[in-house]
Design a protein. Structure first.
Length: 170
């Protein structure tokens, strides 16, 4: 399976500022079509993307053009879409947030092991978001639950083979 991060690093090997723009687009799930960036169906100004990437607006415009003209990049970026990530809103909704750092994010079974322990405890999961280890410095999995998480359940999760660290936000 191709590594998206390696693809964009290769394509923007000689332009670190354009690489930074591509990373911002990828992080936020912004699609690129016909030299423009979109969040869902809403157009996002190149100036805003540039600000977030810490580059000049012209660099963002050029990056959008490069992506649009490159067959491989275009096929990736045209298909991106953002998601509603509940982590910051969960506490206001009375939900718990558990963040898990795996021992090795490339090993299979992390999501299934953790969600099985939570499910076996009778706790309903509202959302699971995993950070791709190729896209972030430290891969993590965030789980939003409908009900409060007990200390005993957190201990069970901590004891799982694949788990390095567990943080609960209350």
């Amino acid at each position: 399976m191709p590594n998206i991060q390696k693809i964009i690093e290769t394509k923007f090997l000689n332009s670190p500022s354009q690489l930074q723009v591509a990373r911002v687009l990828l992080k936020y799930g912004l699609s690129v079509k016909k030299n423009n960036a979109y969040c869902g169906g809403m157009r996002v100004a190149a100036a805003e993307i540039a600000r977030k990437a810490g580059v000049d607006r012209r660099v963002a415009i050029l990056t959008l053009s490069v992506i649009s003209k490159d067959k491989e990049l275009s096929s990736i970026f045209a298909a991106l879409s953002p998601i509603a990530y509940l982590k910051d809103a969960a506490l206001s909704l009375g939900q718990d947030v558990i963040e898990i750092i795996p021992q090795d994010a490339s090993k299979p079974g992390i999501v299934s092991d953790v969600t099985r322990v939570i499910s076996d405890a009778g706790v309903s999961i509202r959302q699971v978001i995993t950070e791709d280890s190729h896209l972030s410095e430290e891969a993590s999995m965030t789980i939003i639950t409908d009900s409060k998480i007990s200390g005993g359940l957190i201990d069970k999760i901590r004891r799982l083979e694949h788990v390095k660290n567990v943080t609960i936000y209350k």
